[in-house]
Design a protein around this ligand. Structure first.
Ligand code: ASP
Length: 407
């Protein structure tokens, strides 16, 4: 049986078991969760997370050396960042648009009197950008600071390209290290179906389904916007700019989407999403190695959509009308907030505080949506990593066309 099929079976079985236990045997659920679901899921997440830092380091160094001239890196870097920023802005606009049309905050009753939410201070995005160069690369590696690791790796790759023959040994050492890591990704994927089963059973089983009913319209609007963005924005950019049939794209990338869904973490899914883009979508290694780790760190369209819808929802619940200038402020701050969101579960919601504050909306509003955010996090993470893969396909195609033209 193919890995994709196995992962999908794991997802569905986990969801069914989770719902049945949640509704009919909550006590049994908590025992099973402690001794089975949670351990299965945690072991799987740790196994793939273990590979993330070395893979990002090795593959970016190799990606940069593989691109050859620094000019190529500059051109690909600009294309990537332009794609990331424009699709993220579009994502927020879709989210805001649907929320303004369907008015999730005006349908139903919401109890704002007891809403309490203490902001875990999110670091200002400007700090992230100022600290982009690691003063100690080893500290960046041990703490898993992705943006800093990326910068360090790009610089090392640049140096190796310049030094050429002199440092050939280091390059082959890193190449071999990368092989070892990719082999381990293959092994980790063998347990992915069981890991996803455990993660989904645990996440679904612990949900309060009554919260879902109250928040139904909000959920549907977020899911609808995610769906539209994935299929329309990515589908058309993959087709028109990437020269690939969207069905091939989504089908090929589906194992990574499944793992993104179950882990709710772009970072943890990174090894698999890179492997899938290279093997199933034919993205050349140097491009995938550069675009996808960067995307997993700064490109979060799904998160941006949630932040757009949530802001309008909270504005509606608290009865405040946002002016056009305020809506534009929301787009801008949500782009920044999604850049600042780390690719781990739940951070998108913490960064939402920044968006709300930018237009003077009450941060306590987050308390209203926190109950169902765990479920939405799964879907938006899937969208987040799909956006990175779509960008990789687009960049790969434009680069190939460029080479053909030159030839
Ligand atoms: N969980 C998301 C991710 O890893 C981030 C978020 O929206 O919380 O992509």
């Amino acid at each position: 049986m193919k890995l994709t099929t196995k992962i999908i079976i794991g997802l569905i079985a986990g969801a069914i078991v989770g719902i049945i236990l949640n509704l009919s045997a909550p006590d049994l659920f908590s025992t099973l969760d402690t001794y089975l679901f949670n351990p299965l899921g945690t072991i799987f997440i740790n196994l793939i997370s273990m590979l993330v830092v070395p893979i990002v380091l090795f593959s970016i160094i190799l990606g940069v050396t593989g691109l050859g001239e620094p000019k190529n890196l500059g051109r690909i870097g600009i294309k990537t960042v332009v794609y990331f920023l424009s699709t993220t802005a579009l994502a927020i606009i879709i989210g805001i648009g649907l929320a303004l049309i369907f008015k999730p905050g005006l349908i139903g009753e919401f109890n704002t009197a007891d809403a309490e939410y203490s902001t875990e201070e999110a670091p200002p995005v400007s700090d992230t950008l100022i600290n982009i160069i690691p003063s100690n690369p080893f500290e960046a590696l041990t703490s898993g600071n992705m943006l800093q690791i990326i910068v360090f790796a790009v610089l090392v790759g640049f140096a190796l390209t310049r030094l050429g023959e002199k440092t050939k040994g280091i390059i082959s050492l890193i190449e071999q290290g990368n092989e070892v890591m990719m082999y381990l990704v293959g092994l980790a994927m063998k347990v992915a179906p069981y890991g996803t089963f455990g993660l989904i059973a645990s996440a679904i089983g612990s949900q309060g389904f009554s919260a879902m009913k109250a928040m139904g319209v909000y959920m549907i609007v977020v899911l609808g916007a995610l769906f539209v963005h994935a299929f329309v924005t990515y589908g058309s950019s993959v087709y028109f700019l990437g020269g690939m049939n969207p069905i091939k794209f989504f089908k090929g990338f589906s194992p990574a989407m499944g793992v993104g869904f179950s882990t709710s973490s772009s970072n943890a899914t990174l090894p698999l999403s890179m492997e899938t883009a290279q093997k199933k979508l034919g993205v050349p290694e140097p491009i995938s190695s550069f675009v996808q780790p960067l995307g997993a760190t700064i490109n979060m369209d799904g998160t941006a959509i949630m932040q757009g819808v949530a802001t309008i929802f909270i504005a509606q619940v608290y009865g405040s009308d946002l002016s056009l200038t305020q809506l534009m402020t929301v787009v801008l701050t949500a782009v920044l907030a999604s850049i600042g969101t780390a690719g781990v579960p739940g951070v998108g919601l913490i960064m939402l505080a920044m968006v709300l504050q930018s237009v003077d909306l009450p941060v306590e509003g987050i308390a209203l949506i926190i109950g169902i955010d765990r479920l939405l996090d799964m879907v938006r993470t899937s969208v987040n990593i799909t956006g990175d893969a779509a960008c990789a396909v687009v960049v790969a195609n434009t680069e190939e066309k460029r080479l053909q033209k030159k030839a």
